[in-house]
Design a protein around this ligand. Structure first.
Ligand code: PXG
Length: 296
């Protein structure tokens, strides 16, 4: 029989069926915690250092002291993969405030909970990359920067879940969230890009969007390829009239958007700029220099 997936909780490993945390954990009770989603390609943890840096920034923003150094955290991620012999994986790294009482005061939680799951993720249909996906602007606004902003990768994802519910209800693949003044922030777990006249535009994090690591990879690729890329406020009109559009994210990778609120984007097919970037992106994720290799 195949060995059950081993999950790291606070320095110990548990089989998936027994990997449990307390119902008094404030991650569960209040969404008080932070997380990362990281991919492993061919035994290399893609951009591990960048994900760990972002995790510690998120934790700092909510005054959560992670009880491991960054080096220890990276070693724990690598060891969990090695134990599970996983060469292709989606890692969910969670640090919650830990066990407290039935009051939201984080001072009641002496010890953060650290969880590392190295499993797989399946969030889009098989041919999304070839055909592109449909999206809609949801009525659910992105939480603002002076609230539970998604600049922090916190365990508070109700904002995104509600937007996703709206997309599901409307029979659309993905939702796009606007910020309070009506400009585009991001998808539910993806950054958004549009292409207009051969140039690329993407919203700033001041819309309450996460500074995506995949988005950063795409930005660097644009610079390498000599494609002009600018951070700018994007209106729904700019999306409707774009030549091309696409999402980026660790889970989704790079996926073209072919339609938004029933308006066709460009000719409703992955456009030349998107296709060129996707091809380059797939070379980057297979490059062992882009991450930390696991020794199995
Ligand atoms: N925005 C938000 C709000 C995210 O959570 C991204 C953008 C993309 O960032 P990266 O660094 O991954 O390029 C994310 C991260 C899911 C899922 O199930 C996706 C994310 C997080 C959690 C779950 O689709 N993406």
């Amino acid at each position: 029989m195949e060995q059950e997936l081993q999950i790291y909780i606070d320095g110990k490993y548990y089989p998936k069926s027994q990997a449990k945390i307390s119902v008094y954990d404030h991650g569960f009770l209040y969404g008080d915690g932070v997380f990362e989603g990281i991919r492993v390609y061919n035994g290399v943890v893609f951009k591990l250092k960048e994900h760990i840096d972002r995790l510690y920034c998120s934790a700092h923003a909510i005054t959560l002291n992670i009880p491991l150094t960054k080096e220890e955290m990276m070693a724990a991620v690598v060891e969990t993969l090695r134990k599970n012999k996983m060469k292709e994986s989606y890692i969910r790294l969670v640090v919650s405030r830990g066990v407290g009482d039935l009051g939201l005061d984080p001072r009641k939680c002496p010890k953060p909970t650290v969880i590392i799951i190295t499993d797989i993720i399946n969030i889009r249909s098989g041919n999304a990359k070839e055909t592109g996906i449909t999206a809609m602007f949801s009525w659910v606004r992105r939480n603002p920067v002076d609230a539970t902003t998604h600049e922090i990768k916190s365990l508070n994802y109700l904002n995104s879940v509600m937007a996703k519910i709206e997309a599901n209800a409307c029979g659309v693949d993905e939702a796009i969230c606007l910020e309070s003044s009506g400009c585009i922030a991001e998808g539910v777990g993806e950054n958004v890009f549009i292409v207009k006249d051969g140039e690329i535009l993407t919203p700033p994090t001041s819309t309450g969007a996460l500074a995506g690591i995949t988005a950063d990879v795409v930005t660097q690729l644009c610079e390498k390829l000599g494609i002009k890329i600018t951070t700018a406020n994007l209106t729904p009109f700019m999306m409707f009239t774009a030549d091309e559009a696409f999402f980026t994210g660790t889970a989704m990778e790079m996926v073209p958007i072919r339609e938004v609120n029933k308006r066709q984007i460009g000719n409703a097919k992955p456009g030349p700029v998107t296709k060129r970037l996707m091809a380059e992106f797939h070379k980057v994720i297979q490059d062992p220099k882009q991450g930390i290799a696991v020794k199995y």
